[in-house]
Design a binder for this molecule. Sequence first.
Ligand code: PEP
Ligand code: MN
Length: 340
Amino acid sequence: MFIVMQRQATPEQVKTVRDDIQRIGFRPFINPGVERKVIAVLGELDAKKAALLEHFYSFPGVERVDLISHLWKLASREYHPSDSVFDIAGIKIGGEAIAVIAGPCSVESEAQIIEVAEKVKAEGAQFLRGGAFKPRTSPYAFQGLGEDGLKFLAKAGEVTGLPIVTEVMDTADVELVASYANVLQIGTRNMQNYSLLKRVGQTGKPVILKRGQGCKIRDLIMSAEYMMAEGNEKVILCERGITTFEDSTRNTTDINAIPVLKHWTHLPIILDPSHATGDWRYVASVSRAAVAAGADGLLIEVHNNPKHALCDGAQSLRPEQFKDLMEQLSRVSQAVGRTL
Ligand code: PEP
Ligand code: MN
């Protein structure tokens, strides 16, 4: 349920409603960063409580009380009508500018991550990515450098001034990873790991939530809702390709997800063309398509030496290819009224 306050409602009127929601035993959430306040009322609604809620119509400053039909609330446009824009270490994501997050699949050494960081920074990337805890299909494949990887990543962040994005796979590591990262990433395999989602939600750190390989768009939003219900509104949704019958690419890019998510939520949407295609040859086309379709950012794998990458070399761009792509993206962004 939502309580929509009048445009001219005073902070005291908003507070009175909020306090009363708590008194009845619900959790009130007030949309941040928007002029017209909407209060989401979260909690299990039995008939008795539902009847009680009607009394909010008589509160000064209340315009209407809406019972909403869909499952997500804090992620919905009813709650937060305008696009959410997050400020992460001084960089905006979700606004007019397209955010580019680039770097290798995995942190392999201090020298490697610093070299890639300097190269992507020189071409205009705003965030550095790199995995230290890697979710690999095979238990015999490189699993990441763990905390050493986080240290190297932080060093590369310091050297270049780029904020860092890195994956957290396990609830036990959330505190550790959050102590190094500017943005936590939840990978495709963990999109529905609800204990991890809740724990990450409690950190209040910005999160990139990747869509599960076999998950619907609505399930992705519900997973975002799990983190938002813990008080973390800074969730960035990431389309990274889904499993379909098509096997000529690693995954199938669901470009539809961009306009659908824009319609259903106010959260920033980014696209990962590297995992979506699995082939560096297709990364540029799909990146351009994503920006044209309204994505707020891209997550792109770039490696200084893809042939010898310990993970995902086949889908990684070389720095020169990344440079070309950034030039193309700048033109596409301009054509759709965005900046890069
Ligand atoms: C990654 O970003 O390196 C990664 C493992 O992504 P995904 O979870 O989308 O496979
Ligand atoms: Mn990867």
